[in-house]
Design a protein around this ligand. Structure first.
Ligand code: SIN
Length: 275
């Protein structure tokens, strides 16, 4: 297989790999640890193959809110129909940051792709952390932030198009709140990285509401710099896997009038450590 870095910040494309071949798993896992986002091109696979590949990384985390694939409750459907306006995952976010032990990452398989658009953007939270000044790093290193699922998947979101069309549901299960360090030491790489995101983080503990809002706003603007990003341009059959503890991601909703269907499997993580 050939591994080509996508940008200087993060991400790599893997050509000529077969996720069903257990002998290739070591190289794929090493690329995942190094690049945080890997795009494995051209996988003509069944849902069972997708599940077998995910289980090599760890136990599956069954999503509470996404509509499952028929016959496969462990696989979430990420879908936008051609007459729908809202995509799932349009805001910059880290999946499952509201859980006490956030998921390790997700493995997204492109089933049906629009003729243009529908890319996914990623940010390296380690590159964003490294670019902060030493005094800011020291300040953030002593802080924790609260994350919640309530305002994103709970009852107040029942009027969203995604809820009304059945793509997201189970609002009563949106009861998760979790407290995590603002700066993590990554469990695989040992690199430090920011762990706050615009969708699920509600506030930084110990600061006033105004201070928390100002610090988070500053960090979010900082993290959005193109130098920390990579962009995945999908082809049907591609698999992209990302590390939730090291990245943000965002689905680009620029393909109105076309259908986009992805299958997503999420793998359990481990307890997080600060600095
Ligand atoms: C997600 O946020 O998990 C979906 C990303 C995408 O559809 O590109």
């Amino acid at each position: 297989m050939e591994i080509r870095p996508l940008t200087g910040g993060l991400g790599a494309e893997i050509i000529g790999a077969n996720i069903c071949d257990p002998n290739q798993f070591g190289d794929i896992q090493a690329a995942f640890s190094e690049f945080s986002v890997i795009v494995i091109r051209g996988q003509d696979i069944a849902p069972e193959d997708h599940l077998d590949f995910a289980r090599r990384f760890g136990p599956i985390n069954v999503n509470r809110f996404f509509k499952p694939v028929d016959g496969h409750p462990e696989i979430a459907t990420v879908l936008k129909e051609k007459d729908q306006k809202q995509a799932v995952g349009e805001g910059w976010h880290t999946d499952h940051s509201y859980d006490q032990i956030p998921a390790m990452g997700s493995i997204l398989h492109a089933i049906e792709i629009p003729p243009y658009g529908g890319d996914t953007l990623f940010v390296s939270m380690a590159a964003a952390y490294d670019a902060l000044s030493s005094p800011m790093q020291a300040f953030l290193g002593g802080l924790s932030a609260v994350h919640s699922s309530r305002h994103v998947f709970g009852a107040e979101t029942l009027t969203s198009e995604a809820a009304k069309t059945g793509r997201l549901g189970n609002a009563a299960a949106a009861t998760q709140d979790a407290r995590h360090p603002v700066v993590l030491t990554h469990p695989l790489s040992g690199r430090r990285g920011l762990f706050v995101n615009p969708v699920f983080t509600t506030h930084i503990e110990g600061l006033t509401a105004e201070e928390s809002e100002a610090v988070l706003r500053m960090l979010y603007e900082h993290c959005k710099q193109p130098e920390f990003q990579c962009r995945v341009r999908w082809q049907a059959g591609d698999i992209t896997m990302w590390d939730n503890r090291a990245t943000w991601h965002k689905a680009i909703n620029d393909y109105h009038g076309f259908r986009r269907l992805m299958h997503r499997i999420t793998v359990e993580g481990e307890a997080l450590s600060g600095v």
